[in-house]
Design a protein around this ligand. Structure first.
Ligand code: FAD
Length: 465
């Protein structure tokens, strides 16, 4: 709880209209997409880096937690105020400050919605590739903190590949600039990369310089439907060995497909058991040639239906289906443990086979979909009341198998609260000791988003619904 004198100081910093303390307001900022929730003590909506810095300095003086928050769409509990404290929401810092066509950069505030940035740069013939499936409602600040990946990472990489520089409020209140506005810089340690993906635990991004690239001339899209997952997965090595690098290559299993179709009231799959959603881009000729080859591979692997979607409206329809999967799954069961594992491309079929066995062994429904092109599969362990313990055991078995296959327990959602207990499985204890030393050096009073990434004395918290 915060002393009234601290609340008064916070009000002085952000203005009384931008400090929330009522139970209803606090509830709105208490959860993310994991549905874990924990009430903050107050919510502040700063308008400048200076205001952020003053709040952080106050937090150090009085030792209260500060939790940066974008849109709360995170999948690992990163913005959940697990230990109470003051949530900093960036709704008022939502400006695209500059789109510099000549230098191919954009300068944005953290609260900009990712999809709005896409639209703004595309209107100028440029392209900002990172595209989480949540881009219609997540923020760039949240993307930076999680190093978001998404639908186009297979060809274009993830958020860290586009962040050239940052303005950061450190956990001790200093405001620093990292990186540069140029496309290259090796001046000193790469603090930009340290902050990107640090899940709001090492600093607060208050301004972000992003690299842009030219928009591709042409995009071609297809959805292919298969009678079993094996058919769909057989297409992946065919595409790789043909030297084609699609802009998106998504796999959707039967459970996910049905859930999304029911959610939207559509029937596209005609009772098939797996879908690939594939997109190529480049020049008119190359994008068309590559999608045609890809369609041939799908046919050779036994696709029973292929939908080509060359017009923007048709493409949007297929992507709407894909983007709606995550929320649609809640119609299957009230609880879900959402993992975002990554395995080497050659092990995708192996891990899906193993997940199938784990589902049978634990008598659970597990639904899989995601970015198969880069080995990043969203594994959703669904559960009812009474199945929670079994769901936890299944997750543990899945993550152990992933690490055994030289994969990673999180491709893009971060560790946050939900995977803290599994981090040592992948990194080992020595690497965690190094990470903790960095945290301690930057945040000696542990005020910046405490309780995330590292398992604290108490057990890791999982989504509790
Ligand atoms: C339907 C759905 C689909 C999704 N698809 C994808 C996907 O394809 N790929 C993907 O990568 N993710 C995906 N996500 C997860 C989520 O959208 C991303 O992690 C996103 O980056 C979170 O952004 P946010 O603005 O909601 O951040 P929040 O959830 O509010 O916060 C996430 C983390 O960022 C920190 N943070 C927020 N702002 C700042 C800041 N300015 N400075 C420092 N730290 C900050 C928070 O403390 C927290 O740790 C999906 C989520 C949903 C609900």
């Amino acid at each position: 709880m915060l002393d009234p004198s601290i609340l008064k100081e916070l009000r002085t910093i952000v203005g009384s209209d931008h400090l929330f303390t009522s139970p209803e307001e606090l509830a709105v900022y208490s959860y993310d997409a994991t549905r874990v929730s924990s009430l903050p003590w107050a919510v502040a909506r700063p308008a400048t880096a200076l205001e952020v810095s003053r709040i952080v300095q106050l937090a150090n003086k009085h030792r209260f937690p500060v939790i940066p928050r974008g849109a709360g769409t995170g999948m690992s509990g990163g913005s959940v105020p697990a230990k109470g404290g003051v949530v900093l929401s960036f709704e008022r810092m939502d400006l695209i400050l500059d789109i510099d066509v000549l230098n191919r950069i954009a300068i944005v505030q953290p609260g900009v919605i990712t999809g709005d940035l896409h639209a703004a740069v595309e209107a100028k013939g440029l392209f900002y590739p990172p595209d989480p499936a949540s881009s219609g409602f997540c923020t760039i600040g949240g993307n930076v903190a999680e190093c978001a990946g998404g639908l186009r990472a297979v060809k274009y990489g993830v958020t860290r590949d586009y962040v050239l520089g940052l303005e950061v409020v450190l956990p001790t209140g200093e405001i620093i600039r990292t990186g540069s506005r140029t496309h290259k810089s090796v001046a000193g340690y790469d603090l930009t990369r340290l902050i990107v993906g640090s899940e709001g635990t090492l600093g607060i991004a208050t301004e972000i310089v992003l690299r842009l690239i030219p928009a591709p001339e042409s995009i071609r899209t297809l959805a292919a439907f298969f009678l079993d997952a094996g058919g769909a997965l057989a297409v992946l090595p065919m595409i790789t060995t043909a030297g084609i690098l699609p802009r998106a290559l998504e796999f959707v299993d039967q459970g996910a497909l049905r859930a999304a179709e029911q959610h939207l009231g559509w029937e596209l799959s005609d009772g098939t058991a797996a879908m690939l959603l594939i997109e190529t881009d480049g020049s008119m000729t190359s994008a068309r040639a590559e999608i045609t080859r890809t369609e041939e591979f799908c046919a050779a692997a036994g696709a029973v239906k292929v939908v080509r979607a060359d017009e923007p409206g048709e493409r949007d329809r297929l992507w709407k289906l894909r983007r709606s999967i995550s929320p649609a799954l809640y119609a299957l069961k009230p609880g879900k443990l959402n993992e975002d594992i990554v395995v080497p491309l050659s092990r995708i079929a192996d891990i899906l086979g193993e997940i199938n066995s784990i589902a049978k062994k634990h008598d659970l429904l597990i639904v899989n979909f995601g970015h198969a092109g880069d080995g990043n599969i969203h594994v959703n362990v669904m559960y009812d009341d009474g199945e929670r313990t079994r769901a936890e055991s299944a997750v543990s078995a899945i993550l152990t198998a992933v690490v055994r296959m030289q994969g990673s327990i999180s491709g893009e959602h971060g560790i946050g609260l939900s995977k803290a207990q599994y981090l040592p499985l992948e990194t080992g204890d020595e690497a965690i000791t190094v990470m903790k030393k960095i945290k301690q050096a930057l945040d000696p009073n542990n005020i910046m988003n405490p309780g995330k990434i590292f398992l604290s004395a108490e057990r890791g918290v999982r989504s509790a619904e």
